[in-house]
Design a binder for this molecule. Sequence first.
Ligand SMILES: [Zn+2]
Length: 497
Amino acid sequence: MKLRSFLSSILFLFLVACATSPTIPAVIETSMPSETPLLATTTPLIATETPILPTETPIPAPTAVPLERAQYTLFATLDYAAKTVGVEQSILYPNKSAETLNDLLLAVEPNFWASGFILHELTLDDVAANYTLEGQRMTIPLAVPLEPNQNIQIKMRYTLNLPFAEQGDPSVTRARIYGYTNRQANLTNWYPFVVPRQNGAWNLPEPWHFGEHLVYDAADYEVNFKTTDPSVVLAASANAELNAEWTRYTLKKGRAFVLSASPEFKVYTQQVGDITVYSYYYPFFEIPAQEVLNVTVRAIQLYSQIYGEYPHKSLTAVQGDFNDGMEYSAFYFQSHGFYNTYNGTAQNYLTFVSAHETAHQWFFESVANDQANEPWLDEMICTYSERLYYENYHPEAINWWWQARMFDYSPDTWLDQRVSENPSERAYWSSTYFHGAHFLEELRARIGDEAFFAFLKDYRTQYDQQIATGDDFFRILREHTNADFSDLTIKYFRTPR
Ligand SMILES: [Zn+2]
């Protein structure tokens, strides 16, 4: 089916389903800012000595039943004033590889900062364990090797001392979102997690000055959270529910569970079927915050049709107190600067970057990839998803988007570069995001809309909850077309496919 008629039929379904004005593609029912924050922590706690480390918490026991994926259970207490987090964590880890494991490798990103990660206790199946911790790498040797499909339980108790997230921190630029600013505390990549086992080795790339570096297995999360300050509002990777004195979040098949906390947050919400969309913002940014909500809702509707079902029950967008957008599980930060420059139309960065970050819930979250070594896989599709968003909702702005989005695009580059091969962040955007969008545009014209969209949906379906590679991408592509596109891979890829 041609995309235009394909999208028209989607639009028609929305119009019928929503019974809304024929001039507006999707119904937008935005709630007013709530004075009572929806996700405020539960029972106000009297501040006591901090950090509060949970005690006697119900951590699940190891099970002999083979697990499909790792299960993370956390009890965490944030002292917003002191900028510390006390955590008790359990990881029930199944060996899903075909090899016997003699050690485990965990990523511990808070350890990039001096005194950022203070480990109090570590056990394996309730026996005290040895470990080494250097930079982000925590290696735990296994006294008893872990056979395929056996589970092991890692328990740990630790304190995080959040760093001040200084803009332009030259040490670990990308990790600067983690920590606190004057207005918010951001828990991103904040708990130790077992990195993927791929091709007989643990995959934990080192960070670069820009771009992402972590690779995530899909895992199940139960995060129980509380703060010592009842005025702090929490935004998170899942819907909140009460669990005694805790606020509990449950995320199934997630990659990276995130929280953002601020006493100043306000929130708009909207329901899309059984998905709750949240747009957290600061006072005086009501209008751009509504645009973030509207774009996110519409993008969920559109991409659900194109790529298949949205993977979670919520999506939370948060106004960052910094100038960067970033995707996580059922969550993204939107750059503060784009709220400032929002002009009330669809032709601005706030709009297309919101469409881009929403697309990451399919490509990053559902279908993961090695973000350090093959960043083009998700960034290419998410940038092209911006084009699809405009094509469906603002077709008059497509030419504007190509111009504005790629104003410094240099086609003299390769798509298949590692993040660290790029001399600058702008060069990285050009080679990965912009070159990628041009490649998909040419590929689509070559193989036709029907094959193009069938391929993208199949790629998502086949690699849902997996970590896809460039080889996987091209193998599935060739299952959907007999067209010769080898000249395009020569034009765009250093290693033609
Ligand atoms: Zn992106």
